[in-house]
Design a protein around this ligand. Sequence first.
Ligand code: APR
Ligand code: PHB
Length: 402
Amino acid sequence: MSIEKRTQVGIIGAGPSGQLLARLLHRKGIDVVVLERRSREYVEGRIRAGVLEQGTAAVLELAGAAERMRTDGLEHDGFLIAFDGRVARVDLQKYGNSPVFVYGQTEVTKDLNRLNEADGIPVHYGVEVTTIRDLDGDAARIVYKVDGKEHELACDYAAGCDGYHGASRRSMPDSILREFKKTYPFGWLGVLSNTRPASHELVYSNHSRGFALCSQRSTSVSRNYIQVPADERVEAWSDDAFWDELRRRLPAEIADPLETGVSVEKSIAPLRSFIAEPLRCGRLFLVGDAGHIVPPTGAKGMNLAASDAAMLASSLGAFYADRDSRGLERYSETALDRIWKAERFSWWFTMASHRLSDNPFDLRMQVAELDYYTGTRAGLTSIAENYVGLPIEDPVTGGTIP
Ligand code: APR
Ligand code: PHB
């Protein structure tokens, strides 16, 4: 493997943030090198959420990577919230002026990988970054290991797209970094199956036994989830036990016709909220899960990765085109503004829909809250505009991307 010694923007991590940023920068004529710890097969095999905001679709369009999403993705004009034995619909077109696209993040990653490879963008797999040095020097130095030997990639700027457990955030001095965290005492048990989705639209269900979500990847592939205790083991759940529990947590009109089948994938993900501030230290910028984690309720993770990548690409673009560093100066603040709002929505939707305690007061209060939100124009507008995604501000111009 021959890895470049120097580049303009060094990107750590080839998840959706890293691949999308690489593609956006490459199309602006900026040189990039991407270093990824895992294999391509591993990265493409991870199952993640599957709802894309209109803004994410537009950013993929900007990156020239929206073609398969347009043909294979499903446009959804609304979704359902089940609670207290009834089903309410959030009309996204009416209250949020936009649909969302149901298209798996795994597919987005595969599309980006294939296109970046075809364009000759250097993406090196099996390369573990250990640290990023000289953040305030003339060049940032990305230190990585291959076969136990240390090497360096020098770059004007480093983009930490290496997720929550990556090396980038840890390379920032403790004295400037602040971290805000909340862990929830539950996780999601998710099952992928080749079965018809429970409903045309996604169903988020608040139930006294716990939360459930019926999502989908296509008209013949379902992705369903149930809330489980944080320390639950996936081995404890047979397919039958999963389907039985899912049915119990859904209203009869959705549970009765539910098609069940063998699981293709089954896993448990913990729920947490996390934000790091600032997202910049000298020549290093944090993008996507490296800087923040949302609980999956509302599917904001991949969408935030896309808005961060779009904001940083615009900022770096203005710098290389015109030596205009306004965007680089404002990236952290502009991205965090949107991140905190998406964190708020994900937290709110989690707290309103999950079983929080044994205290009946909590459930009755959730029912009142969901009744209010789904029964008033103000409530529906609030849910819908957050679900379809808040505008993506351009740190350079203060306008909207794209
Ligand atoms: N060196 C090189 N690569 C690394 C390192 C390292 N030290 N540490 C982590 N990585 C790689 C991981 O292997 C992974 O492929 O960085 C990548 C980070 O990808 P993601 O975790 O997918 O994060 P991101 O690209 O920001 O995407 C955010 O992914 O986790 C979901 O819900 C989340 O939808 C959101 C999206
Ligand atoms: C998913 O399809 O995996 C999914 C959809 C919506 C969510 C979370 C996950 O809110």
